[in-house]
Design a protein around this ligand. Structure first.
Ligand code: WT7
Length: 592
């Protein structure tokens, strides 16, 4: 199949100046690809002869020794007041958290979860957990109790670090269903009254503990991080990454995000997701930069002021955020100047060419798209600072990454497709941050690979210049504001409402969020599909799932379309919702 190229390549390529090329970490793409070696980089990063490592050695220990007084994280609060944490201070608080885990007998390999916003304790929790060999698992604070429960259960988490507010709203109602969860540490910002029963104050628990801790050296394949992601069916998937992942975090931060040690770097992703940990904590710290951390949510005027006042050099954000900025027009951006800004990058969902071009008008530089997934652990495809940008293209593979467009043949082999042919993005295993498994689901892990290739589930094509162009997903997952949402998880929650017989959940296009969640509901007899019931179901969904994944709209139908085997045809519902021709129904695969 040939892609409709005319719809994508609407703008001319953006060439880079010789000055930009010369100053970039990666300035000759082809040469870098030829000479790049993961083994060499690993040897450079871990100056040890015993093959033992730990992410924390690269992310904190080394810098704390060499540049203890350099700011590692700069927090900015609602009033634009800055608080800085140096590499030395961050090391000491991480050490105390590691000692606390020791004290409460957390063994290497146990899971420590966090349900936190961007607070100082997040950083010491991540690093302290890794230092003592436990596995760090972040949860998203905008989830409701049910998604939090299913993820903590899947992880078998032993420890949770959260705030009193989040605990009371989201964890207390489900605590009794989680017998393995032994310790809950509460980050208290203000006097919030009595601590909830069965929890401990984190500051108090750490007080008096030693500020030194010898980071546990581990083999490269020891699990370090657990991220949750969504598929079409079934429960959330727990994606496991090993300590070796830091080699890919570091390489991509240097080459794709062009981080230099003197940089101020701002990653806007929430720390409840893989981007917020890989590029909001670990990769940039491994480069020794200063991280900018905004404690507030997206606000157009605030963001431009933050970029300007903090002299941000590299900014990693997401298409939804960029489209929200675009909506406000160019006037607010022009109130400041940004002489320090060198690179704007984006990830998580399709970056439309207009958004790439907006960067030219607003900042005099394009937005550089990057592509990766929770499973890949780090950036796999990128528009590099020194390289030509084709607005609408995701870029070219990272040095050390072998990406192709492939297709599974019926005989179990893989056909690698020629330029401009549409297929699935496939990757040759061997990069250090490739996931090492789906927790408790070896079969699903094996199914991700065919004949030595990892199949990403993303459709794309590669042009004659070697640039990848995104087409769509091969499954039914929904991408809303960059968050991957499982229709199944939302349907399960909806089906628990007393009026709901069955539901189907689809993604509808949205100019800012990319997609929004829409539910189609078949009611039980005796219920009338009126506005009151719609409000009741919406409120139920929001309570259970949280605002981030609850449906934006609900339609009632007499009966949902099903295949002969009884599976609901989400694709048909999507076609109908969009008013597209239904075509030959026999070709619509069931997708439940
Ligand atoms: C899915 C992965 C990316 C890390 C955080 C989210 C979509 C990602 C792009 C892009 C078009 C993109 C893909 C991918 N996606 N980047 N540049 N252009 N789509 O990780 O939640 O696992 O989502 O996000 O569909 O498979 P994730």
């Amino acid at each position: 199949m040939q892609p409709a190229k005319t719809t994508l390549a609407r703008f001319s390529p953006i060439e880079k100046s010789l000055r930009t090329v010369r100053a970039a970490n990666l300035w000759d793409y082809e040469a870098m690809c030829r000479h790049f070696s993961w083994d060499q980089l690993r040897a450079d990063l871990f100056d040890r002869s015993d093959d033992k490592m730990n992410i924390a050695m690269v992310a904190i220990d080394g810098h704390a020794k060499l540049t203890p007084n350099k700011p590692a994280v700069r927090f900015v609060d609602a009033e634009f007041t800055r608080t800085e944490l140096t590499y030395g201070e961050l090391l000491r608080s991480a050490n105390r958290f590691a000692n606390l885990l020791r004290l409460v007998a957390i063994e290497p390999g146990a899971v420590v979860a966090s349900l936190l916003g961007r607070c100082p304790e997040l950083y010491s929790t991540v690093l302290g957990t890794l230092k003592c060999g436990a596995i760090f698992a972040p949860l998203f604070a905008a989830f409701g109790p049910e998604p939090i429960r299913s993820r903590l259960e899947l992880a078998g988490a032993r420890v949770l670090v959260t705030t009193q507010h989040l605990y009371e709203r989201k964890v207390a109602p489900i605590r009794s269903t989680l017998p393995t969860l032994r310790h809950i540490f509460i980050v208290r910002e203000v006097a919030e009254g009595e601590l909830p029963h069965g929890t401990q104050d984190l500051t108090q628990a750490m007080s008096g503990l030693s500020e030194t801790f010898e980071t546990v050296p581990l083999s490269a394949d020891t699990p370090a991080l657990l991220h949750f992601t969504s598929g079409t069916t079934g429960k959330p998937k727990g994606v496991v990454h090993v300590h070796d992942a830091i080699v890919a975090h570091h390489a991509s931060a240097r080459l794709a995000l062009d981080l230099h040690p003197q940089d101020v770097f701002w990653c806007t992703a929430d720390p409840g997701w893989v981007t917020g940990i890989s590029y909001g904590v670990l990769a940039p710290l491994s480069c020794g930069v200063t991280l900018l951390v905004d404690r507030e949510e997206l606000d157009v005027e605030r963001w431009y002021r933050l970029l300007a006042e903090n002299e941000v050099n590299v900014w990693y954000t997401a298409p939804t955020a960029i489209r929200m900025l675009m909506k406000a027009g160019l006037e607010p951006v022009k109130r400041h100047t940004y002489p320090a800004l060198r690179l704007i990058a984006s990830v998580g969902e399709p970056l439309n060419p207009e958004a790439v071009m907006w960067g030219m008008g607003a900042f005099g530089m394009p937005v550089h798209d990057t592509w990766w997934q929770t499973e890949t652990g780090a950036i796999m495809i990128a528009n590099f600072l020194s390289q030509t940008v084709w607005p609408g293209a995701m870029g070219r593979p990272m040095p050390g990454v072998h990406a192709e467009i492939g297709r599974r043949r019926d005989d179990g082999t893989v056909e690698i497709l020629a330029p401009n042919e549409v297929g699935e993005i496939v990757l040759r295993p061997g990069w250090p941050s490739m996931f090492s498994g789906y927790l408790n689901n070896e079969q699903r892990y094996q199914e991700s690979f065919t004949n030595g290739w990892y199949f990403s589930g993303d459709q794309a094509y590669r042009d004659e210049h070697g640039y990848f162009w995104f087409i769509g997903r091969t499954d039914d997952v929904i991408k809303s504001s960059g968050h991957l949402i499982s229709p199944f998880e939302v349907e399960c929650a909806l089906n628990l409402h007393p009026a709901v017989m069955q539901s189907a959940v689809i993604g509808l296009p949205d100019p800012v969020a990319g997609q929004v969640v829409q539910a189609i509901v078949e009611l039980r007899p005796d219920y009338a599909g009126d506005d009151e019931l719609r409000r009741s179901i919406m409120a139920h969904a929001r309570r259970s799932l949280g605002a981030a994944i609850a449906p934006r709209g609900i339609d009632f139908v007499v009966s949902l379309p099903r295949t002969r085997s009884g599976k609901i045809m989400r694709r048909l519902l999507r076609v109908r919702a969009l008013g597209l021709p239904e075509g030959d129904l026999s070709t619509l695969e069931p997708s439940a």
